[in-house]
Design a binder for this molecule. Structure first.
Ligand SMILES: NC(=O)c1ccc[n+]([C@@H]2O[C@H](COP(=O)([O-])OP(=O)(O)OC[C@H]3O[C@@H](n4cnc5c(N)ncnc54)[C@H](O)[C@@H]3O)[C@@H](O)[C@H]2O)c1
Ligand SMILES: O=C(O)C(=O)C[C@]1(C(=O)O)C=C[C@@H](O)C=C1
Length: 366
C-alpha cells in the first residue's frame, strides 16, 4: 500500500515540495487549501492525487504532514492538528520562513504520538500559487531543519529521505539562529526592496518619467518586492525583534554613508564600495542560499531585428524563466552573443535543448 502525505497549503512551496517528493517516491498526496481554485488546479496539474475538504480527513492516516501556509496561519494549523486524530509515528513539518514562534507553538503537538520538525527551504520566488510550482525549485538550496534536542535522529533522517527529491542541502540550526540569519539575508532585504519601490513611487507623483526609466539595477534589486504581501506581512510580525534590531543597525549604516558624502571624502567612499564588492564577489554562487545561483548559457545570435524576442519567446513557450539577459558583443561583421542567466542548472539544460532544437548554437562556460 502507498504511503500517504498530506500537504496543507497548495501554493508555490507546497506544490513544489509535492512535485519533488513525487519524483523520488511512489506516494499518495492529499492536498488541502482554503482556496478551492488552487486545490482544483493542483489536482489538474497532477501535483496532488486528491483534495481534502476537511483538515481532519486529510491528515488522519498521513505518514507525513507538511504545513505550507503563511507563517501566522501555520500557528493556527498546529492548533487544529492538536485537536484531531493523527497517525501514530507520523512526522509533521512546515516550510515557513520563520522558525522560533512556530517551534514554540508546535510544543502543543508533543502530547500526540507524532514528531514535529520545523523546516525552511531557503529558495523560492516572487511568484505565488501552485501554477508557479517547480519540482527543482530547491535544487542546491539550503534546507534548514530546526529539530529540538529530544528529536529522534531516525525521524530527522526519515524526513530528509522524504525530501531528497528537492536535491537541497540539509542543515540543522536552532530556531533562534535561523530567525537571526534569515532576518539578515532574507527578511530585512525584503524591506529595503519595498522601501526602494516606495521611494520611486513617491517621486513618480512629481514626474511619471522616473518609473519608465527604472531599468536594470533597480529591477534587479527590487524583484522580490513583487512577492506575496500576505506572506511578508506575516514574516515581519513573526520576526519582529530581529528586524527591529537590523533596522536600528541600518539607520547607523546610512548615517555613515550620509557623513561620508557630506565630507566628500573620495577615499572613504571608494573603500565603502570596494569592501562591499570584495565581500559580495567572495560569496558562493553555485549554490542557492544567501545569493541566488546563476547558471549562464551563451547563445550565438545573428545580428538581426527580432532575434532577442525569438530567443526569449522560445524559452517563454517552454515556461523556462531567465533571471537576466545580456548582449555581450554586437559588431556588424560578426554574430552577437547573448548571455542568458537561469536560476537552476536544470532550467539551463532545458533552455539549451529548446534553443538548439531551433538551430541556435549554445555553449556553457564553467
Ligand atoms: N515564496 C517563497 O519564496 C518561500 C520560500 C520558502 C518558504 N516560504 C514559506 O512557505 C510558506 C508558503 O508560501 P508560498 O510562497 O507557497 O505562498 P503561496 O501564497 O503560493 O501559497 C500559500 C497557500 O496557502 C493557502 N492557505 C492560506 N491559509 C490557509 C489555511 N488556513 N489553510 C489552508 N490553506 C491555506 C493559500 O490559499 C495559498 O494557496 C510561507 O510560510 C512562506 O513563508 C516561501
Ligand atoms: O527568490 C526569491 O524571490 C525569494 O525571495 C526567496 C526567499 C529569499 O531568498 O529571501 C524568500 C523567502 C523565503 O523564506 C526563502 C527564500
Amino acid at each position: 500500500m502507498k504511503r500517504k502525505i498530506c500537504i496543507i497549503g497548495m501554493g508555490l512551496i507546497g506544490g513544489s515540495i509535492a512535485l519533488a517528493i513525487k519524483k523520488e517516491h511512489s506516494v499518495h498526496i492529499t492536498g488541502i487549501d482554503i482556496d478551492s481554485n488552487q486545490l482544483k488546479l493542483a489536482q489538474s496539474l497532477g501535483v496532488i492525487d486528491e483534495p481534502a475538504e476537511e483538515l481532519a480527513a486529510g491528515v488522519e492516516d498521513a505518514d507525513l504532514i507538511i504545513i505550507a501556509v503563511p507563517v501566522t496561519k501555520t500557528e493556527c494549523i498546529i492548533e487544529e492538528l492538536e485537536a484531531v486524530p493523527l497517525k501514530s509515528g507520523a512526522i509533521v513539518t512546515d516550510v515557513g520562513s520563520t522558525k522560533d514562534r512556530i517551534f514554540h507553538k508546535a510544543k502543543q503537538l508533543y502530547k500526540k504520538n507524532v514528531t514535529f520538525i520545523g523546516g525552511h527551504p531557503m529558495a523560492g520566488s516572487h511568484k505565488s500559487g501552485v501554477q508557479a510550482a517547480k519540482s527543482h525549485l530547491f535544487e542546491n538550496a539550503f534546507y534548514i531543519l530546526t529539530p529540538c534536542e529530544n528529536t529522534n535522529t531516525n525521524k530527522i533522517i526519515q524526513l530528509q529521505n522524504w525530501l531528497k527529491g528537492t536535491k537541497a542541502r540539509f542543515i540543522e540550526l536552532t530556531p533562534k539562529q535561523h530567525d537571526k540569519f534569515a532576518g539578515l539575508i532574507s527578511h530585512f532585504p525584503h524591506i529595503i526592496a519595498a522601501g526602494l519601490v516606495h521611494q520611486v513611487k513617491n517621486t513618480e507623483n512629481e514626474d511619471e518619467l522616473v518609473s519608465r526609466l527604472a531599468a536594470g539595477g533597480f529591477r534587479d534589486i527590487t524583484r522580490i518586492a513583487s512577492a506575496s504581501p500576505v506572506m511578508w506581512r506575516d514574516i515581519l510580525l513573526h520576526n519582529k525583534d530581529t528586524i527591529l534590531s537590523l533596522l536600528h543597525n541600518w539607520k547607523e549604516e546610512m548615517n555613515n554613508v550620509e557623513q561620508m558624502l557630506k565630507e566628500e571624502d573620495p577615499t572613504e567612499i571608494l573603500n565603502y564600495f570596494s569592501a562591499a564588492k570584495t565581500f559580495r564577489d567572495g560569496l558562493p554562487t553555485k549554490e542557492k542560499g544567501a545569493l541566488p545561483a546563476f547558471y549562464d548559457l551563451f547563445v550565438d545570435v545573428p545580428d538581426h531585428p527580432g532575434v532577442i524576442s525569438d530567443v526569449t519567446g522560445i524559452l517563454g513557450e517552454a515556461d523556462i524563466s531567465i533571471t537576466n539577459i545580456r548582449i555581450i558583443e554586437t559588431r556588424e561583421d560578426i554574430m552577437g552573443v547573448l548571455q542568458l542567466s537561469f536560476r537552476t542548472e536544470y532550467d539551463r539544460e532545458e533552455g539549451r535543448q529548446h534553443l538548439e532544437n531551433a538551430l541556435y548554437e549554445t555553449y556553457v562556460m564553467e
